[in-house]
Design a protein around this ligand. Structure first.
Ligand SMILES: Nc1nc2c(ncn2[C@@H]2O[C@H](COP(=O)(O)OP(=O)(O)OP(=O)(O)O)[C@@H](O)[C@H]2O)c(=O)[nH]1
Ligand SMILES: [Mg+2]
Length: 161
């Protein structure tokens, strides 16, 4: 079981659609509240909470991350202006006592587009190396081209109980 959070339009629902059905689409409706999806991949069953990223929904993130095997935090790696907000929201979430120790996977999405931030850029901008008390990984990926989604799924499968 895992939860997918991050700012609006970062690509959370696209992620769940692509891993669920291989369906990429430019037209995705912004999520209202959350979607729940159950997927079977090989012998692993994933239960996924796809939580809305617009400001009014961010207070729900903690509730949906409570008790999961991993938190997936999706960032639009081309939207540099939002990195500070992303860092703030990520730090607020991780400071919740209920989420202590929960593994974190940060996805720098949309790497099919020019000018995207690298993993090193994201580690610096989101201050990922200051996060303590939990495993943290960060990958650059694209839901559109499906780049790196195989290693993302392997990471999640390794942490699923
Ligand atoms: N070029 C490109 N566009 C992407 C990629 N992933 C998502 N998008 C686009 O980004 C927009 C937002 O995607 P969503 O999946 O709806 O984003 P979200 O994070 O679920 O947004 P909220 O539900 O509002 O929190 C859509 O137009 C997608 O087509 C990607 O890897 N590359
Ligand atoms: Mg969504």
């Amino acid at each position: 079981e895992f939860s997918v959070v991050g700012l609006q339009a970062s690509g959370k629902t696209s992620f769940v659609n692509v891993i669920g059905s291989g369906q990429w689409s430019e037209d995705v409706v912004p999520t209202v509240a959350f979607n729940f999806r159950k997927l079977r991949k090989g012998n692993v069953t994933f239960k996924i909470w796809d939580v809305a990223g617009q400001p009014k929904f961010r207070s729900m993130w903690e509730r949906y991350c409570h008790g999961v095997d991993a938190i997936v935090f999706v960032v639009d790696s081309t939207d540099q202006e939002k990195f500070e907000t992303a860092r703030f929201e990520l730090q607020s979430l991780l400071s919740q006592p209920t989420l202590q120790g929960v593994p974190l996977l940060v996805l720098g999405n949309k790497n099919d587009l020019d000018g995207h931030a690298s993993v090193q850029d994201l580690i610096r901008e989101l201050e990922l190396n200051k996060i303590t008390g939990r495993p943290v990984s960060c990958y650059s990926c694209s839901m559109k081209s499906q780049h790196n989604l195989d290693i993302v799924m392997q990471w999640l499968a390794d942490r699923s109980h």
